[in-house]
Every structure is written in C-alpha cells, then in structure tokens.
Design a protein around this ligand. Structure first.
Ligand SMILES: [Cu+2]
Length: 217
C-alpha cells in the first residue's frame, strides 16, 4: 500500500503546528506583559484610589465593560477553529483503514506481549517480538489477558491504545520503507513487572519476512 500516508506524519504535522501556535501565543503574551509592566509601573509617589486592586483583590474595571463575554467568544472561535481544522487529521490517525495488509492480534499479560499472526500467514504466536515487512499497513487488535495495559510504539507517534480484557481496541501503523527496529512499551502501570514489559517491532524486507513466515510453518 504505497499511496497511504503513515499516520505519524500527520501526527508530527499537528504537533509542529500546535507548537508553533504555542510559541506565537506565548510570545504575544510575554510582550504584552513586559509592555504593561513598564507602562503601568507604580512609583512610590503615586496616590492610589480606595478601590485600587491590591494583593488578594480582583480588579473590577474589566467586568464593567463586559469584556468577559468577548473573551469567551474569541476563545470559542479559536477552539472551534482548531477543532474543525485538525479534525480530518486526528480522524485519519485514529481510524484504521478498512482493508489493512496485515492484522495482528496483540494481547498484553503480566508481564509481556503476545502477538498472533493471521491464519493465512500460519496463525502462529510470538512473544515480545513482532516481525513485519516494510511499506505495509498493519492493524493491531489489542486486548489483555488480565489487568489493564496499554500498547504503544513511541517511534510511531500517535500509536498507543489501551489493552483491556474483554475489549478489543484497534491501532494502525504503516511500516517504514527501510528495515529497522523499534521499541514497544506498556504505557499503563500494571504491576511490579511493568517497567520490564517491553517488546520489539522488527521491520524487515519482504524477502526476509517471507523467510520468517516459512521458518514458522
Ligand atoms: Cu502492562
């Protein structure tokens, strides 16, 4: 599936835009702060009115002109705008494509990960290691044998989902075009062995993947 954009690309795009927005906003607020600090700095000769806001007192002037209403509207527009603009991308990351190349069942247990390959590939099981070919759209169907776990691959941003007994949660990635090895972690404190609950995702060439499947038959 060459035409499919890896979900982590959109994840990174969203992350960068939000980071940029945060910097712009923080810059604006800091500039205003410095400006107001210098403009309204009180000197010891200043005389203060009776209702001048001191420590522990809320300034009342703002409420008089009804600014709160406008602030709410502006905040609402920003939040709504961001939600609408980013919705297609978050949905893309969240929703598994209807026909992935491979579906792998993942079961968390205390303390490890079990991977089940589809029947047409042999239906075998691996422990704490999942081997997948390059350039492949993979759906992980994630559940648990016992307590709550969470399955996540930090390198594939946005690829993280709860592993809960009796519930199947779906997660998808597109493997890179180059072979590589990636860590898989448990993201939910699940007991004494939680920090050891690691697995490996090995991305190999299609030929190596074929050999791997053959070796399991
Ligand atoms: Cu766990």
């Amino acid at each position: 599936m060459a035409g499919i954009v890896p979900p982590q690309e959109y994840w990174w795009m969203l992350f960068k835009y939000y980071l940029l927005a945060a910097f712009v906003l923080a810059g604006g607020v800091t500039a205003l702060l410095v400006y107001f600090f210098s403009k309204y700095r009180a000197s010891s000769e200043d005389e203060f009115a009776e209702d001048y806001p001191g420590p522990g007192r809320v300034p009342t002037g703002f409420a008089k002109i009804g600014a709160t209403k406008y602030m709410l509207v502006v905040t609402g527009i920003i939040v709504l705008g961001l939600t609408i603009a980013t919705y297609p991308y978050t949905e893309y990351v969240e929703l598994t494509p209807s026909s992935p190349d491979i579906v792998i069942w993942v079961t968390g247990y205390t303390f490890g990960w079990r991977f089940e390959y589809p029947p047409d590939l042999g239906g075998f099981t691996t422990i704490n290691e999942v081997v997948l070919p390059t350039d492949t759209v993979v759906e992980f169907k994630v559940t648990s044998d016992d307590v709550f776990h969470a399955f996540g691959i930090p390198e594939f941003k946005g690829a993280k989902v709860d592993a809960i007994k009796g519930i199947v949660n779906s997660l998808w990635i597109k493997t890179p075009s180059q072979p590589g090895e990636y860590d898989i972690f448990c993201y939910e404190l699940c007991g004494v062995g939680h920090s050891l609950m690691k697995a490996k995702l090995k991305v190999v060439t299609p030929e190596e993947f074929k050999e791997f499947i053959e070796s399991k038959r």
